[in-house]
Design a binder for this molecule. Structure first.
Ligand code: DC
Length: 230
């Protein structure tokens, strides 16, 4: 079969990364978490004093953005970790400190252009499954398979809350997580530069009442059906 790209878009904590990862494992496609790239840039900004009072120092960020290295490597558990300038930042980029600021960083047009260019370079020879917000609309508008995952905000906050608790984060409350999910939805879908939007040719999946395993199998079935096409 010829190599293809798969775009998996949707709101935060809708299960799209798990689905994309499961498909990568099943199919041999390379998984790329585009959100991790925006999170890594956000961590860089926070650690270098480029965010204060909820505002990003855009001039300073613009000067360094092309020199910031973001890479991925598999850890001992077979999961992908994110590296910022060669330092493993996987844990830090998933915490609320980064989650609370990532939408404002991801809304800056020159940040998006820089990340989209890197993402397109990773998928130019096909063979990639990438999850994000604008993969089907902007990064890979010619992806062979496009999926748009939705899920109620309450259910997404519950999933994220359980995940944080299982990772030992006991400080954060459910209400904090729900507020963060709702705030990010609002910023992600109302920003001017490539907002969260379903591509016209994407297949929509409402995952509110689905188990993760069901979601994973749904995407794998879609991929298998595509492969079987003449
Ligand atoms: O998928 P995630 O929750 O890890 O994404 C983190 C943030 O980055 C989220 O607020 C939306 C933004 N993002 C984006 O704007 N475009 C993408 N392709 C991926 C993520």
């Amino acid at each position: 079969m010829k190599k293809i790209n798969v775009a998996v878009d949707g709101t935060s904590s809708s299960g799209k990364s798990c689905m994309a990862r499961a498909l990568a494992e099943y199919s041999g496609l390379t998984y790329i978490d585009s959100g991790a790239m925006y999170r890594a840039i956000t961590l860089y900004c926070l650690d270098n004093g480029l965010i204060s009072d909820g505002k990003v120092d855009e001039d300073a960020l613009r000067k360094v953005i092309d020199s910031i290295s973001i890479t991925f490597a598999k850890n001992d558990n077979g999961l992908q970790d994110t590296y910022l300038n060669d330092v493993n930042v996987e844990k830090q980029i998933r915490g609320l400190r980064v989650s609370n600021s990532v939408s404002i960083v991801a809304a800056i047009p020159f940040v998006r252009h820089a990340m989209v260019a890197r993402q397109q370079a990773m998928g130019k020879n096909k063979g990639v499954v990438m999850d994000g917000r604008d993969i089907g609309t902007t990064v890979f508008p010619d992806a062979e398979i496009k999926v748009f995952v939705t899920c109620s905000a309450h259910e997404r906050a519950m999933r994220r809350f359980r995940e944080l608790q299982s990772k030992g984060d006991t400080q954060v409350t459910f209400d904090d997580v729900l507020a963060n999910v709702q705030m990010r939805d609002k910023i992600d879908s109302t920003r001017e530069e490539s907002p969260l939007r379903k591509a016209d040719d994407a297949i929509e999946l409402d995952s509110t009442h689905m188990l993760l395993d069901e979601q994973n199998r749904w995407l794998i079935r879609l991929y298998d059906n595509y492969k079987e096409q003449p």
